[in-house]
Design a protein around this ligand. Structure first.
Ligand code: PEP
Length: 236
């Protein structure tokens, strides 16, 4: 069963997030869809959503703390209010735009692992590394596992090449196959692909061996499109 996740990034309001989640929830319920679906809204749109068991709401980010003086951040005190037990860690926008280091990411990972959170952990190489070939790409990706307990039972991985995120350029099936096969050989965890997945290509990508689903940004933000994405992968 494919795992389909939507990363809202900095999009949607409380009102439209609620509408989105309610619509997706009704669709899953009415059609008895079995995909595991995860939605990562903005922190300001987290709430107590009444969802079916295969629709999970996660945090795009949180600090490795319960509460404290970390201006602009949220911790588990805020997540607990909404019973959030799923978190995205290592997204390339946090690594490359917000400047999170591997050391900080590993500390965050350890903190949320100790609390039993489901962690969707992102890895992926920038364009200049991809251009050096598969070996360089894999070496770069393996560095992103430094300090990360890959045996953690509640871990989902997401391979997201930086050059494919939000660019409209999806990795080729061969690119995806090569990287996924290599990662799976080392780490036997569910492995999603992310990077310009669209309504039109999600089924083909999710059907590649060793692809267990997709993490989707841009193409998932319109609720009808997200439902179509789930519809296109429901039988995989
Ligand atoms: C993402 O942000 O995780 C992502 C894959 O974005 P997009 O689908 O827009 O490339």
């Amino acid at each position: 069963m494919a795992i389909i996740a939507s990363n809202f990034k900095t999009n949607h309001t409380r009102k439209t997030t609620k509408e989105f989640i309610q619509t997706v929830n009704s669709y899953l319920e009415e059609n008895k869809i079995e995909n595991e679906v995860i939605v990562f809204p903005t922190s300001s749109s987290l709430d107590n959503f009444n969802t079916v068991c295969n629709l999970t709401i996660g945090a795009q980010n949180a600090y490795a703390v319960n509460s404290g003086s970390f201006t602009g951040e949220i911790g588990t005190q805020q997540l607990d209010e909404f019973n959030i037990k799923t978190i995205l860690i290592g997204h390339s926008e946090r690594r490359h735009i917000l400047g999170e280091t591997q050391e900080e990411i590993a500390l965050k990972y350890e903190f949320y692992k100790d609390l039993g959170y489901k962690i969707v952990y992102c890895i992926g190489e920038p364009l200049e590394v991809k251009q050096e070939g598969l070996q360089a790409t894999l070496e770069y990706i393996y560095e992103q596992f430094v300090g990360i307990d890959t045996n953690y039972e509640n871990l989902i991985l997401a391979y997201e090449p930086v050059w494919a995120i939000g660019t409209g350029v999806t990795a080729t099936n061969d690119d995806i196959k090569n990287v996924h096969n290599a990662i799976k050989e080392k780490i036997n965890k569910p492995l999603l692909y992310g990077g310009s997945v669209k309504v039109e290509n999600v089924a083909e990508i999710c059907a590649i061996p060793n692809v267990d689903g997709a993490l989707i940004g841009t193409a998932s933000w319109i609720k009808e499109d997200f439902i179509q994405i789930i519809e296109n992968t429901k039988d995989l």
